[in-house]
Design a binder for this molecule. Structure first.
Ligand code: NZQ
Ligand code: ZN
Length: 385
């Protein structure tokens, strides 16, 4: 039975030249902090356009937010916000900058130890600064959702929180700003968006027909466009369609009222922390083995996926499921994202430490049925070698 509370307050301004609209999206008297990453937004001209659009505002800047944004770095931004009486945050970048800005938004007004925000998964967040996002990398969906992932380097933890108070007020999406992305980041974006859909779709049926058809449409769009986006010179229409697909993959709509998995994501965090894999590389490695290891619990949805997404209708049920999982792996590989741990220099002897990390982080009963135990995660790592 469908039963849910769906809420997404983010206004999306999409298209060529949309950064010019920023001036009118921000309150006229806002004291703005512009947050960005390691320099790509400077190099591709996005920051220049943003500064121009904000010329009537008081603007401070904080650069240097790294991929997998670090708690330690973000706390420096929190100090700047407090010092300068900033009252609006504008994130310019990919998921890392946007997530990092969400954390800063929640941490700046927080009176206690800011780590509480992450350890409570966002429960302690009672207020946050308003924020907006200018997206330069289509992948995470962070621009229109209320999640943030933050890395605490000292304790080797990739932590996360969610709060309705950190939904961006607006998201500016100009597909041309993605033209400067290297193939690796484009491919990562396709894999991340694809896996976001799978984590919400490929569980067990609950007769959520709109969510299912919508998810299948997003997957098919990624299968159709992904290779073109990664390999061919940038063209507006494919970048625009890809950008919109990635946003919708994690804006809450396809996940409304349905069981959700997220085991691939949560197990993948340990590969990023211990071995430095990009977020999407962890997903490309783990998703096919996760599906394989859990094919009994996911049987009905795997068959639906095989038929509706890959048009696999011949052969026994088991054969169709095996083929669908193989197609998933081949799709990731076709984008240039490797799907085996050995491709990243990780071997059997590394698995104990990965499983230990999962235990330390309490990741012992994951997935839509809570059946992804440490034993199952170990099996998934071994099958991913
Ligand atoms: O730092 P700069 O110089 O800006 O370079 C970035 C970075 O090196 C570069 N880049 C971004 N836009 C560019 C560009 N390079 C050229 N041209 C452009 N237009 O790309 C690199 C990766 O950026 P990053 O923001 O780290 O990538 P992504 O958007 O994939 O974000 C990954 C982070 O998001 C989290 C991940 O865990 C990870 O920390 N996630 C957040 C989610 C959410 N909030 O809902 C869900 C996701 O599952 C994910 O976990
Ligand atoms: Zn992801």
């Amino acid at each position: 039975m469908l039963n849910f509370d769906y809420f997404n307050p983010t206004r999306v301004v999409f298209g060529k030249g949309s950064i010019q609209r920023l001036g009118s999206l921000l309150p006229a008297d806002a004291r703005v902090l512009l947050l960005y990453g390691g320099g790509s937004a400077e190099r591709n001209g996005t920051l220049a356009e943003v500064r121009q659009a904000l010329s009537g505002h008081v603007v401070h800047e904080f650069g240097g937010i790294e991929p997998n944004p670090r708690y330690e770095t973000l706390m420096r931004a929190v100090a700047l916000v407090r010092e300068q009486g900033i009252d609006f945050l504008l994130a310019v970048g990919g998921g890392s900058v946007i997530d990092g800005s969400k954390f800063v938004a929640a941490a700046a007004p927080y009176q206690g130890d800011a780590w509480d925000i992450l350890s409570s998964l966002g429960q302690v967040v009672k207020s946050a600064l308003p924020l907006g996002a200018v997206l330069t990398l289509a992948a995470t969906g962070s621009e229109t959702n209320h999640n943030a992932v933050v890395t605490h380097a000292a304790s080797q933890t990739k932590a996360f929180f969610a709060s309705p108070l950190v939904f961006p007020q607006f998201a500016v999406l100009d597909p041309e700003k993605t033209y400067s992305l290297p193939a690796r980041q484009l491919a990562n974006g396709v894999v991340d968006a694809f896996t976001h859909v799978m984590e919400q779709y490929l569980t067990y049926p609950v007769d959520a027909r709109v969510q299912d058809r919508y998810a299948e449409g997003l997957l098919q769009t990624l299968i159709e466009l992904g290779p073109r986006v990664v390999r061919e010179p940038a063209d507006y229409d494919s970048r625009a369609n890809f950008m919109w697909t990635a946003t919708q993959a994690l804006n809450g709509l396809i996940g409304a009222g349905v069981p959700q998995d997220w085991a691939t994501h949560l197990v993948g965090h340990e590969l990023t922390i211990l071995h430095g894999l990009d977020h999407a590389q962890t997903l490309a490695v783990l998703l096919p083995s996760m599906l394989e290891a859990r094919r009994v619990g996911k049987h009905a949805k795997l068959l639906q996926y095989a038929s509706r997404v890959w048009q696999l209708n011949e052969g026994s049920e088991d054969e169709r499921i095996s083929q669908a999982i193989a197609h998933t792996r081949t799709f990731f590989e076709s984008l240039g994202v490797k799907t085996r741990l050995r491709d990243y220099g990780i071997g059997l002897s590394d698995i104990d430490a990965l499983v230990r990390q999962l235990e330390v982080h309490g990741m012992t009963a994951l997935g839509e049925q809570g059946d992804v135990s440490l034993t199952l995660s170990r099996q998934v790592f071994e099958a991913s070698l």
